[in-house]
Design a protein. Sequence first.
Length: 329
Amino acid sequence: MGATSMVRGGVTRFLPRRESLGCEKLQLGVGDVEFEFLDDGEMMMSLVKSDESSGDEFRQSNEMELDDDDDGERVDGGSVEENRSFWDNQHQLLQNYLYRSTSIESRIRNATKEAVQEIQNAEIVCSCSRQIISRSCRNCFIIEVSRRLQNSGYNSAICKTKWRSSPSNIPSGEHTFLDVIDSTSKKQEVRVIIELNFRAEFEMARASEEYNGLVSKLPEVYVGKIERLSNIIKVLCMGAKKCMKENKMHMGPWRKHKYMQAKWLGSCKRNTSTTTSSLNSMMGYSEVVMPKPKPRASLLTVDLMLENNNFKTEMLKLPNMHCTAVEVL
């Protein structure tokens, strides 16, 4: 990151693939990044009794079953009351999952918030010499946030998931995000996912007012455990499918549940290096170094003709050029 970057040793680790649980135009709004809606608070604790109780509530909700093989062309014939009940239920479930936070998540969230704000205030120039990090360059922004988390003592890394197309018309793809693995607990390590462009991942053109209402509740930057993220993905994908059916529109395969799961929950390559070249290598990019052009001899003889006060002409030859100058009358 220019003068502010620090070179670290890279460590690559492969995380196991997570089993399915039942079934990227970048706009970094760093100026007004929203974290606070996920913070701890007594009034938020009244929304849910525990992770288990809300998890059971979600599993018992069968307003609409996700089916990735559905072509999305059939339209549910639910009544107005049933549709309203569905969306109210989705809003409540999403709110329950968002307004819950463990102490580990809160610490990492606060550290991420500080890192983003520092980058915004410093207006650090990208090491790739493109633009200001806090405005548009996703790669450099990810690197800088990870570097600052590492400097704060967190085991942060840049993660890349990559998946192949499936027989159920799920296209291949790849996604890059951050994570932090916390080992302070004596029981087991805790993995916290950090997505710097979370809300935009679920935005859709021509979406219904009800679906847009769900998306508006999402943070710009998600910081939370995998289990919470999995539940949030399911709520949004159910909403997206319902929205498409109500509008009698085909649902793109990149909007389906399995595709969205693969972005963050699939097996990934984890890299703790915070150098641009390391990320480019991880992303499959190659740094192209343009060779310097070889000097070529010109076929033209260049002479500078200067006229003196007596209107006489003097010939001045360029250095290292052994050629005769000819006076032009």
